[in-house]
Design a binder for this molecule. Structure first.
Ligand SMILES: [Zn+2]
Length: 558
């Protein structure tokens, strides 16, 4: 059981004019009597911070803070708590976080048997013909250690379509009814960038990978705007509760941006969001109309999301050599003739590109095309000279390509939780030898590459404590690490903190306004009950989010 600490005392001093000390420095909020990690190398620690008009106006000692204990200041005595710059999730899918709560959530299920039971119960609640949609299953820690089969789903769902998305979003398992609705049979060819898995007779077996998932998913009745809004509002609350102050939304339709604008107008957008438009019509719209930068720094759209390849679990990530356990080397999703014009236009219009690339070939090709675009559009022809393009996941990178990240100043946007999940099965897929190029956080940092941290929620839980613990320990939550996990690729705590604060801000051109606790920056803080920088790794998950503050406003408090 978690012991709840006494509520924090917020004292509002109302020292009217006559009592005001002569040397009173006015502010709105004073946080004091605490330990503050600033992520600022010049003054890495402090005891007090004062906020006025959403910005930090003072960072220093308790003694210096005395001058601020005056006027109409809200005083937060945070004795025994720990204050960090507001945590930033550099890779998340905002609406998906909300829908995880609204749909059948298969995350955290411990066995195939349990999942089939849960889906059967849920399916029985539906009418014949109604869609049964679930997501979040992952087989890697199941005792059965395999995907569900179509036959297992058919047993309880002969009169309704079932589609269950794997946690990584790159594969679905469907039942026979859904395959039939989609018209997928023996004669259906694999779409570009996707695979219809088959049994030994060549008949589809219900497992669809990457672009092939769309053959079924396009048939699922669309969510209404009202449902989307509900999902986005849930995601905002959930993220603040977990201690995030900003999310970088890794590829969404403009319709979501418009709903978020509505939520902002209604005064309910307390989480900062950096929006990346999905590839396709949404990306083209941004290339046509340009970026939208919010002067209040809550909701900006500055880039587009592309996909180079798939994921390792479903063997869709593109590798230079074949998988260890299957006769494929994965496949590329994007095509050069469609992608290159987008890259060129993006450079001219100052639009940031972030590309999902997991396999070593996926990473290499992405770097190749970025490099070609850079050479075609000279610096003086670009709206932003250093475009700070990103590669999302950046999971497997050949040593010579790691150097190119640095040379071309490409940001590696990585998710520590992916490593501690994937490494359980990556050896089976890739073989031991290739794992030395996998999730190379420390190697990239040592080479001067900018590494930024994210969770990929709802693919992963999306808890900053999990990400921090994974980054510094490179062990799973049970403390396990196996051969080939390369623990030497774990990072120092100060670096882990910067991955989720200072460097994350750089990756969206906001390093001058946020990401550290410094005078002049936005007052975004994550306040925890424990000291992430010194406690035992095993204690990290017991640290509670005490408070989340965005722009000086308390937007979550336990
Ligand atoms: Zn993602």
């Amino acid at each position: 059981m978690i012991l709840r600490l006494l509520p924090i005392l917020i004292t509002l001093t109302l020292l009217a004019g006559c009592n005001k000390p002569v040397n009173c420095i006015e502010s709105d909020t004073l946080i004091f009597n605490t330990k503050i990690y600033t992520a600022n190398d010049i003054h890495p620690e402090a005891e007090a911070v004062a906020v006025k008009n959403k910005n930090i106006v003072f960072v220093g000692s308790n003694k210096e803070a005395e001058a601020y204990k005056c006027g109409e200041v809200s005083m937060l005595d945070l004795e025994g708590m720990f204050v960090y710059p507001g945590f930033i999730d550099s890779h998340a899918h905002v609406k998906g976080i909300g829908y995880r709560e609204l749909n059948l959530n298969l995350q955290g299920i411990d066995s195939l048997k349990e999942m089939l039971t849960v889906v059967e119960i849920y399916s029985n609640l539906k009418e014949p013909g109604e869609w049964v949609v679930g997501r979040g299953w992952i087989e890697k820690n199941w005792p059965e250690a395999r995907f569900p089969t179509m036959g297992e789903l058919d047993r309880f769902s002969s009169d309704r379509p079932v589609v269950l998305e794997r946690a990584d979003g790159h594969a679905v398992i469907v039942n026979s009814y859904a395959l039939k609705l989609a018209g997928i049979d023996f004669d259906t060819k694999d779409p570009h960038g996707g695979a219809i898995n088959r049994d030994s007779n060549g008949n589809p077996n219900g497992l669809l990978v990457d672009k092939a998932t769309l053959l079924v998913e396009k048939l699922i009745p669309k969510k209404t705007l009202k449902q989307d809004k509900e999902a986005l509002e849930i995601a905002i609350d959930e993220s603040l509760r977990l201690g995030w102050t900003q999310l970088h939304d890794a590829g969404s339709p403009y319709a979501d941006f418009e709903i978020l604008e509505e939520i902002k107008l209604e005064g309910n957008l307390n989480l900062r969001i950096q929006f990346y438009a999905s590839d396709g019509p949404d990306a083209l719209k941004m290339l046509e109309e340009g970026t939208i930068i919010d002067p209040q720094h809550f909701l900006s759209a500055r880039g587009i999301k592309l996909y180079a390849d798939g994921a390792i679990g479903s063997r869709g990530a593109a590798f230079l050599e074949k998988y260890h356990d299957y006769d494929t080397s994965g496949f590329l999703i994007f095509e050069k003739e469609k992608t290159m014009p987008k890259l060129i236009e993006a450079l001219k219009k100052g639009i940031q590109i972030e590309t999902h690339a997991i396999g070593d070939k996926g990473n290499q090709i992405t770097l190749d095309w970025y490099e070609e675009a850079f050479s075609l559009v000279r610096k003086d022809e670009r709206l932003i000279e250093n475009p700070r393009w990103r590669i999302e996941h950046a999971q497997n990178i050949q040593p010579e390509d790691q150097l190119r990240y640095k040379e071309m100043d490409i940001i590696a946007s990585m998710q520590p939780s992916h490593a501690i999940g994937d490494l359980h099965f990556a050896e089976k897929r890739l073989g031991l030898e290739r794992l030395k190029n996998a999730y190379v956080w420390r190697s990239l940092l040592n080479q001067g590459v900018r590494v930024v941290g994210g969770s990929d929620a709802p693919v992963e839980i999306g808890d900053p404590r999990i990400e921090f613990k994974a980054a510094i320990g490179r062990k799973d939550l049970d403390g396990f690490h196996g051969e080939g996990w390369h623990v030497e690729e774990a990072v120092e705590r100060q670096d882990a903190l910067k991955m989720f604060t200072k460097w994350a801000s750089y990756s969206v051109f906001e390093e001058d306004i946020k990401g550290t606790i410094e005078v002049g920056k936005l007052a975004d803080f994550t306040i925890l009950s424990k000291d992430l920088m010194t406690i035992d790794e095993e204690e990290i998950m017991s640290s509670e989010v005490v408070m989340t503050i965005v722009g000086g406003k308390i937007v979550y408090s336990r």
